[in-house]
Design a protein around this ligand. Sequence first.
Ligand code: F6P
Length: 319
Amino acid sequence: MKRIGILTSGGDCSGMNATIRSATRTALARGVQVVGFRKGYAGLLKGDFIEMTTREVAGILHRGGTFLQSARSEEFRTVLGREKAVRHLQDYGVEGLIVIGGDGSLNGALALHKMGVPVIGVPASIDNDIAFTDMALGVDTALNNIIYAVDCIKDTASSHDRAFVIEVMGRNSGYLASMSAIATGAEYAIIPEVEYDVADLCNQLRRRYEEGRSNAIIILAEGAGRAQNIADNIKDAIGFETRVTVLGHYQRGGAPSVFDRLLGSRFGNAAVEQLLAGEMGKMVGLCCGEICSTLLETVVVSEKTTLDELHELSKILGI
Ligand code: F6P
């Protein structure tokens, strides 16, 4: 393989730059040229790419987001769009592709693989909803962002005797909500995977209130309900003064944590080594601390199943 491509696709996250840098420098060290497509599959379809040199990726390791930028491309979802993508890769002499992104992007990578393109996927999504990796890129940084914000909110909640409903991202996953609830000592986490009982929540908060603990933090996963409705329920049931905070895209940005810098560096290196070893149609992952690799075909039809136990823990600790 003489020339490979890299792109970041879907929602950005911290650690993508570390992956781009590592993949680029690993490939160059192995005598392989690298091109970076701008704005994900959209850049591939437009022919918008840059030749990556070791200097091109200097000074990006500590920056959040993705220096190649990212996008969600409608055209790439069509058969014609995908055929065009394969043609462009051939025209540019790109013999292998590294796709860094979440489940939608990995589905796109699988489609290219089925059309004969050697592809390796790198899991990157703060939602941590991708199977066959303990952690995706960006999750650890997002959790650090969340706990910083929740700690700040706890100060003001206790100063005013208020209950706060804090909405975190995650799409259909409650990972960020459950983990941040444990890490901040929140009273309650509401996640899409587990049925939420408003009476149970209010009883728990009422007990607290009667014991004289007059503030509370409820972490709500965005896929599990509307923050204002929950806040209104609590106010009506207990008389607690309530406030709502939606953390939004703040969670996705910022300097990557040490964990994400290391993970991105390991993923980028492993993705190139796999391509050069003739592996294709796979996703690199982190399994019990080691780099592992799984067929994309298996990854995209599998669900992550590690949440139950940790959500239970958040309940026990929140009492
Ligand atoms: O998938 C990552 C994620 O941040 C989700 O948690 C969130 O629902 C979504 O992307 C937001 O997407 P956008 O940046 O397009 O608004």
